[in-house]
Ligand binder design. Structure first.
Ligand code: DOR
Ligand code: ZN
Ligand code: ZN
Length: 453
């Protein structure tokens, strides 16, 4: 049967082709046709009604009505065909906390969210501070064969902030970036040395900006609403002072600095200033930070607890304006799965973090595109093209000859977020019951349909 198909499509080397695009059911996806959609290509800013023909994992042809007889057809009528989303900020909990998430469940959640590449943070158990752990994650992702998983390396050994991790060996093992996420390297001299290495190996540094001493025992934003609830606060300055420091370190070393989960109004101003100065800095914002304020916290519910915390209306407005103006380059999720038991103990004692992979695209559509802050093209820029550029990946565009990492996204379909439908093991979201618009209809990785609604 496979041989017959191969003959029909005129492929010479059946053996080689057979190892290529085996989908979950074991069928070959040699020719995939995505028809009737609107193609969004942030590579050159074009939007056009066209069919996309995919062969052997690559985009073969983009154009009007492809007459080709394909092995598989995805009907994208009423949908955008966009470059697959790239999430630069995901916590997979593998190795060590597989009860929260694994490479497999995280990859499935990613595919359901329209992500074709995810970047995993190193705060696992053990910490990803050497090549062995990098290889472990990358090999697992290869076995799972769902989305591309890129593992970052920690900046310091054990994330203890005392000595540098084995960055050179991790670069050889294929890390796309270094990051101490979950923590800040509080020793500026040590971080400076790490940035110098990042320049040497031509990789970006992804910064979690939090002055741990100032943060103290804070659990929510330091504001009036939170004071009323008697929770210890995390001020904007906790984030802003480290953002300012890291920008200066980037200026000093020439490193490509990427600021994770910016949440304050002054973070936007600092990034704008740094860019004006020509410093190599990019910034990301997360859907929860541009959607919710601390006033949305309904009570002692740890599904609203994350780090950095939900801020004020002013901060949220500044983030939206910063996204619109292009000061904030990237939308990433900071997908941070935790169990219901861990999250059930109240804001004071529960761990920081919420899941995000399966709600991000709809929140961007609902909160930013439909509210006039972003065009769909800009959405594709911040969720795919810009992350690809920052990470140095040959992705983020919909162009002939490029890898067929694509998402078919219906912007009009409305639904209510229901965590019980998540593929992620983590159900910890503040968005349960929220009405949103925008559904991922299909996700395609290397020409293979890895998710279809
Ligand atoms: O909310 C967060 N959760 N922020 C972080 O920095 C770490 C993350 C986690 O690993 O749970
Ligand atoms: Zn972080
Ligand atoms: Zn994080």
């Amino acid at each position: 049967m496979d041989r017959l198909k191969l003959a029909v499509f005129g492929l010479k080397n059946a053996g080689a082709a057979a190892t290529r695009n085996m989908n979950q059911k074991g069928f070959l996806d040699m020719l995939l046709l995505i028809e009737n959609g609107t193609v969004i290509n942030p590579g050159d800013g074009t939007e056009l009604k066209a069919d996309v023909l995919v062969e052997d994992g690559k985009i073969k042809k983009i154009g009007p009505k492809q007459k080709m007889k394909a092995d598989r057809v995805v009907d994208a009528a009423g949908c955008y065909v966009m470059p697959g989303f790239i999430d630069m900020h995901v916590h997979l909990r593998d190795p060590g906390q597989e009860h929260k998430e694994t490479v497999e469940t995280g990859s499935q959640a990613a595919a359901r969210g329209g992500f074709t590449t995810i970047v995993a943070m190193p705060n696992t158990k053990p910490v990803v501070d050497n090549a062995d752990v990098v290889n472990y994650v990358h090999n697992k992702a290869k076995d799972v064969r769902r989305v591309h998983v890129l593992q970052t390396g920690a900046v310091t050994r054990g994330q203890r902030g005392e000595e540098l991790a084995d960055i050179e060996a991790m670069v050889e093992a294929g890390i796309p970036a270094i990051s101490e996420d979950g923590k800040t390297v509080m020793n500026a001299q040590l971080y400076r040395e790490a940035m110098t290495l990042a320049v040497k190996y031509d990789i970006p540094v992804l910064s979690h900006c939090e002055d741990v001493n100032m943060a103290g025992a804070g659990v929510v934003n330091a504001d009036k609403a939170m004071k009323k609830m008697k929770f210890a606060g995390i001020s904007n300055a906790v984030e802003d002072v480290i953002i300012a420091r890291d920008i200066m370190l980037a200026k000093d070393t020439g490193a490509a600095l990427h600021l994770c989960h910016c949440s304050t109004k002054d973070s936007v101003r600092l990034v704008e200033l740094a860019k004006q100065e020509g410093i190599r800095v990019t910034a990301e914002a997360c859907p929860h930070h541009f959607t919710l304020t601390s006033e949305d916290i309904p009570g002692d519910d740890a599904n609203y607890k994350m780090n950095p915390p939900l801020r004020t209306k002013e901060d949220v407005q500044a983030l939206k304006e910063g996204l619109k103006a292009g000061i904030i380059d990237v939308i990433a999720t900071d997908h941070a799965p935790h169990t219901a038991i861990e999250k059930g103990v109240g804001i004071k004692r529960a761990p920081f973090g919420i899941v995000g992979l399966e709600t991000a695209a709809a929140l961007v559509m609902t909160e930013l595109v439909n509210q006039g802050y972003l065009t769909v093209m800009q959405m594709a820029g911040k969720m795919s093209y810009n992350p690809a550029k920052i990470l140095g990946l040959d992705k983020g565009v919909v162009e002939e000859g490029k890898p067929a990492d694509l998402v078919v996204f219906d912007p009009k379909k409305q639904y209510v977020i229901d965590p019980s439908e998540f593929y992620s093991k983590g159900k910890n979201t503040p968005f349960a019951g929220r009405k949103v618009k925008g559904v991922v209809m299909a996700t395609i990785v290397d020409g293979k349909v890895v998710y279809e609604k």
